[in-house]
Design a protein around this ligand. Structure first.
Ligand code: SF4
Length: 321
């Protein structure tokens, strides 16, 4: 059986504050297989972007990784020296951020930024070769080469995000982390970009971690989906199984809150209340104040993630294998 390309084990992240640490990611374990598309969903602040930044060790202070391992192709990224990690970023693992405007350098042209990435990793022997490859990469994301001389502010939001994807794919990574890559775009551009990424993923075979709060998009795109709530992983399952037979009440609530592209007209309903403050999360199951089926045990004891099938697990006292 194939080994996971990425194995996140018991990973925790704290935000250090004068009032003590705030746990933003709490003992999360998750594997990705080579070529697999794993979606990570949950409401804002649930830990999904924190996990992505922890994988690449690009967490902004005062966040610190307080425990766990991140094994990529068998090597622990958290124990790697900075030089080796720098080579790993972009060459083996690339990331597309929420806002391309923040990720791109505003004073360099698009062509210079792609060429810089190629040269920094020894992937272009000359300036001419870097330029030719930059033009080719822009072409793969549907942008004409005459845009090589454009600065980021001269492009639309969708084009900037496509440039971010071109840079991410420049060195043929084995894993691409997409952190809400289309959140700032209108729905038509969002769909076009996701379809382009899907096509590139199928052609090149890289694994994808796709982070979004939009469960509808995720279920169309991902092979497997991980649901986060209040810094914890609460359910993981193949996308089809999750859509048809989610077991965790929070996942079921999320599914009722998003339109399905498969079903007919269904009334949408939001989950009452809002996620807890991570500064003082509720005792027991963190979802219990919002859960319609909570029992006394839920207020007392935290549920463990239990296996419900070969690739399905959920953390809920009312769910058993
Ligand atoms: Fe609801 Fe209890 Fe399950 Fe938590 S453990 S999701 S509160 S039933």
């Amino acid at each position: 059986m194939a080994e996971p390309i990425l194995s996140i084990r018991d990973l925790s992240v704290d935000y250090v504050s004068a009032d003590g640490p705030v746990r933003a990611l709490d003992h999360v374990s998750l594997d990705l297989m080579p070529g697999e598309v794993v979606g990570v969903a949950g409401e804002s602040g649930c830990g999904k972007s924190t996990m992505a930044q922890a994988i690449l060790r690009i967490l902004p202070p005062p966040a610190v990784i307080s425990g766990g391992q991140v094994l990529f192709e068998g090597r622990d990224l958290l124990a790697m020296d900075e030089g080796a990690l720098r080579r790993m970023r972009w060459e083996r693992i690339a990331m597309v951020f929420q806002s391309a405007m923040d990720a791109l350098n505003p004073v360099l042209t698009v062509g210079e930024q792609i060429a810089d990435t190629l040269r920094a990793h020894g992937a272009a022997p000359s300036g001419r070769a870097a330029r030719a490859r930059a033009a080719e990469l822009l072409g793969t994301v549907g942008i004409h080469a005459d845009r090589l001389e454009s600065f980021p502010h001269q492009l639309s939001g969708g084009m900037r995000q496509r440039v971010g994807i071109a840079i991410a794919l420049a060195l043929d990574p084995a894993l691409v982390i997409l952190d809400e890559p289309t959140t700032a775009l209108d729905v038509i551009v969002e769909r076009e970009i996701l379809e382009e990424i899907q096509e590139l993923q199928r052609k090149r075979g890289f694994a994808v971690m796709f982070i979004t709060h939009d469960l509808t998009r995720m279920l169309q795109f991902a092979n497997r989906v991980a649901i986060f709530y209040a810094a914890r992983l609460v359910e993981v399952a193949p996308a089809g199984e999750l859509r048809m037979a989610a077991r965790h009440p929070y996942t079921q609530g999320l599914l009722r809150a998003f339109p399905s592209v498969h079903g007919g007209d269904v009334d949408l309903s939001s989950i009452p209340g809002s996620p807890p403050s991570l500064r003082s999360p509720p005792r027991g199951c963190r979802f219990h104040p919002r859960c319609a089926v909570a029992v006394d045990l839920c207020r007392e004891r935290e549920p463990e993630l239990v296996a419900l099938g070969p690739a399905h697990a959920a953390a809920c006292h009312l769910v058993t294998g």
